[in-house]
Design a protein around this ligand. Structure first.
Ligand SMILES: [Zn+2]
Length: 144
């Protein structure tokens, strides 16, 4: 699958998920879902830096920092948008847990330097945990 195709796939998932959330959750207004949908592909801009999957782009860290300074539902939804991208980047087939799949520090340098054979598994856990935290953030902001 080429990256063009993969990109539209992330947009499609983002559009479907945020449309459902808008329909189900009163606090989420129609105008709040455009920016999160538009940022569905943000993590893959690391391709332009030749550092795919860069740990900062393929995490919600940057967005959590912005959220801390600008606590709002829309920022929480942006965290969720990136979190959903990360969730759908997960492959459950361990034989695919190498190369492009694994998290990078800078350029092509691996992020999980402590684990030569476990990088794929650590990457899968990283992507999953980031998604879970993004869901928790939205729940917390909605309940406040
Ligand atoms: Zn990605």
């Amino acid at each position: 699958m080429g990256f063009k195709m993969k990109g539209s796939y992330h947009y499609l998932i983002g559009t479907v998920v945020f449309s459902i959330l808008w329909l189900l959750i009163d606090e989420i207004k129609f105008t709040m879902i455009f920016i999160p949908i538009a940022l569905s592909l943000f993590p893959d801009t690391d391709l332009k830096l030749n550092s795919h999957r860069n740990f900062l782009f393929h995490s919600i860290i940057l967005w959590v920092v912005v959220l801390m300074y600008n606590p709002s539902l829309i920022m929480a939804l942006i965290c969720l948008s990136v979190g959903i991208h990360l969730l759908f980047d997960i492959t459950l087939n361990p034989s695919a847990w190498k190369g492009f799949y694994t998290l990078k520090l800078v350029g092509n340098k691996p992020f999980f330097i402590f684990s030569r054979n476990g990088r794929g598994l650590w990457t899968t856990l990283w992507l999953l945990i980031n998604f879970i935290i993004s869901v928790v953030i939205v729940v917390i902001i909605l309940w406040k």
